[in-house]
Design a protein around this ligand. Structure first.
Ligand code: HEC
Ligand code: HEC
Length: 87
């Protein structure tokens, strides 16, 4: 989790809803993060000279693309804003 936080340069609540239990699943960023985890696994399992985690090396991480930015420059440039907080 710390690695995610540092790679995106955010705090834990960026993906985990603020003021709610950590398990609450309403934040779309958390869902995107899950897909990102799959993406990173897929890349690493096909990366030359490495195996599938935890066997080979982790050649590509969140940091590889994000570099302290939530939104690496891409063609679509879509944002996943969380829903407005409940009153
Ligand atoms: C980039 C988004 C992101 C950031 C930032 C992040 N998390 Fe998570 N966190 C996730 C995802 C995705 C899961 C896995 C949820 C699943 O698939 O069930 C998770 C799971 C967890 C869980 C297990 C309970 C749950 O929600 O499933 C805890 C506890 C947790 N994170 C704590 C933290 C803490 C503490 C920090 C700050 C150091 C942090 N997280 C930062 C995305 C994030
Ligand atoms: C191959 C490059 C790449 C890697 C590796 C990667 N990301 Fe991403 N990520 C992106 C791009 C590009 C976007 C912007 C997507 C768009 O424009 O729709 C993004 C968007 C996101 C977002 C949504 C941000 C927002 O607020 O809109 C989250 C959260 C995220 N990534 C988390 C992660 C985590 C966690 C990891 C590591 C497990 C990771 N990413 C690894 C390229 C990457």
């Amino acid at each position: 989790m710390g690695e995610f936080r540092d790679a995106l340069n955010v705090d834990c609540n960026y993906c985990h809803g603020g003021g709610r239990p950590q398990e609450v699943d309403i934040n779309p960023r958390k869902d995107i993060a899950r897909k990102m985890i799959m993406l990173v696994r897929q890349i690493n399992s096909n990366f030359p000279g490495t195996g599938v985690f935890p066997v080979g090396d982790q050649a590509v991480t969140c940091w590889t693309c994000h570099r302290g930015d939530t939104h690496p420059v891409s063609l679509s440039n879509k944002r996943y804003d969380p829903p407005a907080p409940k009153q």
